[in-house]
Design a protein around this ligand. Structure first.
Ligand SMILES: *Cc1c(COP(=O)(O)O)cnc(C)c1O
Length: 422
């Protein structure tokens, strides 16, 4: 077994058990069964020697909450158990985690290879911020594995992956790209937000560092922001040091909400995936839909790779509407069980076009260059009953179609009248 994978107490338990008990075997004050929200900024000591030992890391304990906090620690331990990681570091947001990791492991004159359709914010770090600090960035066509391998072979310090991608659900072959990175000694970082640790464990596939936006499926209720990074203690001590100094630490109340959310992750995802598969299959039959992206569809380009590296296909489906933004504007308001919002991974179903969700940071030209059409809608499937979600989507499409027929009939009539008139 790899040295970055530490067998934990509950490692032999299933993931549905680990989401509940992982990191929770701590004796809390008053014998509380739930993790307390410890809001103290600092921790006091009578014994000055003990204070010194804790400060120097010789003894376990806490000094100041920007560095570590008892509530945040439980969350970090839980993530270690879910990703089978030695260590984890929590951040105030997913972007803080991604930015923190990239800044920890890249410096002036170095080179990073990644793909064009990573999360919009991540893409901005690659395009705008890293070049400014003298890091060379090579972004490859996500589906062209050979070109990614080619760029890696030219030499790089970091390979950054995200799979499945947001919002087009492209699947990258993690094992194959890790092998290419190892040949040039590059560190591999993977964003596992879409898959969640229940569906995919990148560390077990050879990745060095895993990042999560805990805002999404981990917390699961759309009411908190957070990010977590996992990996070997050797690597995480560097990430922790970066966070300590740069200060994007997670606050204890948010940590508590994320801990609470994770406990139902397995239950939520089970229901969400059943509905995601059903919605994807229905969308394939809908005449107003040009194409459907869901790795669980056998015809999906990444289906076989997804099967080999994922335990489930996730709860995000995206589709392209015939008629582009015009149809998007008509369809989305007709949905009853849907937030129209720029979030994902919550218990409620959320619909959103890429231009106001994952790629709100990008211009129309940038989205076009990324192959993200204006008619693309992303669905984050919630935990509602599958039948209700299907019926809701069907009635919305029927209404759009009937209005379309009505208006074209109307347009036809006008034409005929005009003919008669002239
Ligand atoms: C949302 C998201 C992020 C950013 O996370 P925040 O918590 O919003 O900062 C990063 N990667 C992916 C894949 C995401 O979906």
């Amino acid at each position: 077994m790899d040295d970055k994978i530490k067998p934990h107490q509950s490692q032999t338990a299933g993931l549905g058990t680990r989401v509940v008990w992982g990191g929770e075997q701590v004796q809390h004050p008053y014998n509380a069964t739930q993790t307390p929200i410890v809001v103290s900024a600092a921790y006091g000591y009578h014994d000055i020697d003990e204070w010194y030992d804790v400060a120097l890391g010789k003894e376990p304990g806490f000094i100041y909450s920007r560095m570590s906090n008892p509530t945040v620690s439980v969350l970090e331990d839980k993530l270690c158990e879910l990703e089978s990681a030695e260590s984890a570091v929590a951040f105030s947001t997913g972007m803080a985690a991604i930015s923190g990791v990239l800044h920890t492991f890249l410096s002036y004159g170095q080179r990073v290879v990644s793909t064009r359709d990573s999360y919009g914010g991540t893409n901005k770090i690659f395009e705008e911020f890293l070049p400014r600090m003298g890091v060379e960035v090579a972004l490859c066509d996500t589906l062209d594995t050979e070109s990614i391998e080619h760029e890696i072979a030219k030499g790089c310090n970091v390979l950054y992956l995200e799979t499945p991608t947001n919002p087009t659900l492209k699947v990258l072959d993690i094992r194959r790209l890790v092998a290419a990175a190892k040949r040039v000694g590059a560190l591999v970082i993977a964003d596992n937000t879409f898959a969640t640790p229940l569906n995919q464990n990148p560390l077990a596939l050879g990745v060095d560092v895993v990042v999560h936006s805990a805002t999404k499926f981990l917390s699961g209720h759309g009411d908190v922001l957070g990010g977590v990074v996992c990996g070997s203690e050797h690597l995480m001590s560097q990430v922790r040091h970066y966070r300590e100094i740069n200060g994007a630490s997670l606050d204890p109340f948010s940590a508590y909400l994320i801990i609470r959310g994770i406990k139902t992750l397995a239950l939520r995802l089970r229901q969400q995936q059943v509905s995601a598969q059903a919605l994807a299959e229905y969308l394939c039959t809908e005449p107003l839909v040009e194409s459907v992206n869901y790795p669980g569809l056998p015809q999906h380009r990444g289906h076989t790779i997804a099967r080999s590296q994922m335990r489930g296909f996730g709860a995000i489906v995206s589709f392209v509407l015939v008629g582009g933004m015009d149809t998007v504007t008509r369809l989305l308001p007709l949905l009853k069980y849907a937030h129209r919002a720029g979030n994902l991974g919550a218990v409620e179903t959320i619909y959103g076009p890429a231009r106001t969700t994952s790629h709100v940071e990008n211009t129309l030209e940038e989205r076009e260059a990324l192959g993200i059409s204006e008619g693309l809608v992303r669905v984050s499937v919630g935990i509602e009953d599958t039948a209700d979600l299907l019926a809701d989507l069907k009635q919305a499409f029927e209404l759009v179609r009937s209005k379309q027929n009505h208006s074209s009939l109307h347009a036809g009539n006008t034409e005929r009248f005009t003919e008669v008139g002239t």
